[in-house]
Write a protein that binds this ligand. Structure first.
Ligand SMILES: Nc1ncnc2c1ncn2[C@@H]1O[C@H](COP(=O)(O)OP(=O)(O)OP(=O)(O)O)[C@@H](O)[C@H]1O
Length: 417
């Protein structure tokens, strides 16, 4: 058998995890890692067997591997990271998939990698069940930008709070002293049309929003944040990474801008029709200002929705990265997600298959079974017409919890090459 070439290696000292070490073998694709000072177990990258070695040996080996890398090895371009990192124009990456597959870990590690590659980066969570704080091991709650400590370049994080955004939207849509959709509609001069508008489900939309609206509002808030970032003070961000909610939420979110645009468009048209006829009466009752204000707010919401839709579909600046794990269920969901994204014209180029069992020469019965299942799921991807055309990024299951910037850098260096 031809000797393996070590093509990459990395190491870091994590306060909570001890000294971690990784090396990738170009022949087997195996990733060896995990060591905890002063003695630890690490798979030997050359033989894929586990050896007990000391920290100083790891340091020496690590140095040697880095030398090998810098002298002989071409950098593997599995994820096409060079392409992702090149250029200083702003790019948006949305990571999404089934619940629990590792979306947050992949999004956070990408953000760290961008920041360490020289891009001032913002990572935003639109998942109502945020885990960015857990992932970065730092309190990022509160709905405002928080700087993440550790990366070379500025990295900021934002956990959007849909509840808060909905409250703000609700307040904005209410008339003086009024509550709920009826007053809002009356404020729009559309009180008498509430019944006819039932078909537009506006009442439902505002009083009991369908799942996904929270996120749409949150995303529209993102747009506001982005506009804010576009101000001189914040125009430094060149990469924005979104950690999205699980598939169902995200799909509804992607189709919502169209739905809202159409609904709001119809409402505004109706309002226009009746406004000239009733303006005299309205001014007698002194409500014209409020009505105009409500109409302006609705129009602004519509404009934001259009911008969100454009953002989702702009091939030059935006990409949706699907994250999955090698199980039949997760792959099937990833396939459906790709197909739905395609229908929505959302650009997708990459698929991460996360938590793949690293190679081993001595599988236990459980691992052997698990590996077989994973192989089946990976074969499924090859045969799937939605997924087989995507750039496949295989990420190993690591034996530590991916928490904190050093751990994210570690996994990021494996995934994003
Ligand atoms: N490659 C991996 N190896 C080992 N553990 C992993 C890997 N990827 C993710 N994990 C772990 O799996 C758990 C879930 O990961 P993560 O929070 O990133 O998933 P998620 O898809 O964002 O979840 P949710 O849908 O709940 O938001 C975390 O504990 C994370 O550390």
């Amino acid at each position: 058998m031809a000797p393996a070439t070590i093509i990459s290696s990395s190491s870091f000292l994590s306060p909570s995890l001890g000294y971690l070490f990784s090396a990738t073998n170009s022949r087997t694709g195996s990733v060896g890692f995990l060591a905890s000072a002063p003695k630890f177990h690490a798979p030997n990258p050359l033989t894929a067997t586990t050896t007990s070695i000391s920290l100083s040996t790891v340091r020496k080996t690590s140095r040697r591997l880095l030398q090998v890398r810098s002298v002989a090895a071409p950098v593997e371009d599995v994820a096409g990271f060079n392409d992702m990192v090149s250029g200083t124009q702003r790019k948006y990456y949305m990571l999404g998939g089934k619940g629990g597959v590792g979306k947050t870990s992949c999004a956070a590690s990408l953000a760290v990698k961008f920041a360490n590659s020289g891009h001032p980066t913002l990572v935003v969570s639109t998942d109502p069940a945020h885990s960015l704080s857990d992932s970065f091991a730092q309190d990022l709650t509160g709905g405002t930008l928080v700087q993440v400590e550790g990366p070379d370049c500025p990295l900021f994080a934002l956990e959007l709070n849909p509840e808060k955004a909905r409250e703000e939207f609700r307040t904005a849509s209410q008339q003086n002293g009024g509550t709920g959709v009826k007053d809002f509609m009356e404020g729009m001069g559309l009180g008498m049309l509430v019944d006819q508008l039932g078909e537009l489900k506006l009442g439902e939309l505002l009083d009991t929003p369908p799942p996904g609206l929270d996120e749409a509002i949150a995303i529209s808030k993102v747009r506001v944040v982005i506009q804010f970032l576009e101000s001189e003070e914040y125009n430094m961000f060149t990469r924005i990474v979104f950690d999205t909610a699980p598939t169902g939420h995200t799909l509804r979110l992607l189709s919502l801008p169209d739905f809202l645009d159409a609904s709001i468009g119809k409402i505004l048209k109706l309002r226009q029709k009746i406004s000239s006829a009733t303006s005299a009466i309205k001014s007698v009752f002194g409500q014209e200002e409020n009505r105009q204000d409500a109409a302006d707010k609705l129009e602004k919401l519509r404009e934001r929705m259009i911008k969100v839709r454009e953002l989702f579909r702009d091939v030059d600046s935006t990409e949706f990265v699907i994250v999955t794990i090698p199980t039949v269920m997760a792959v099937s969901e990833a396939s459906r997600l790709r197909s739905s994204l395609e229908k929505e014209n959302v650009p997708v180029k990459r698929l991460i298959v996360n938590q793949i069992l690293p190679p081993s020469v001595s599988d236990c019965k459980f691992c052997a079974m698990k590996r077989k299942d994973q192989m089946r799921a990976l074969d499924m991807i090859q045969d799937d017409q939605e997924l087989s055309t995507l750039r496949l990024i295989k990420a190993p299951l690591v034996d530590v919890e991916i928490r904190g910037v050093p751990a994210l850098k570690f996994i990021g260096d494996i995934i994003w090459k």
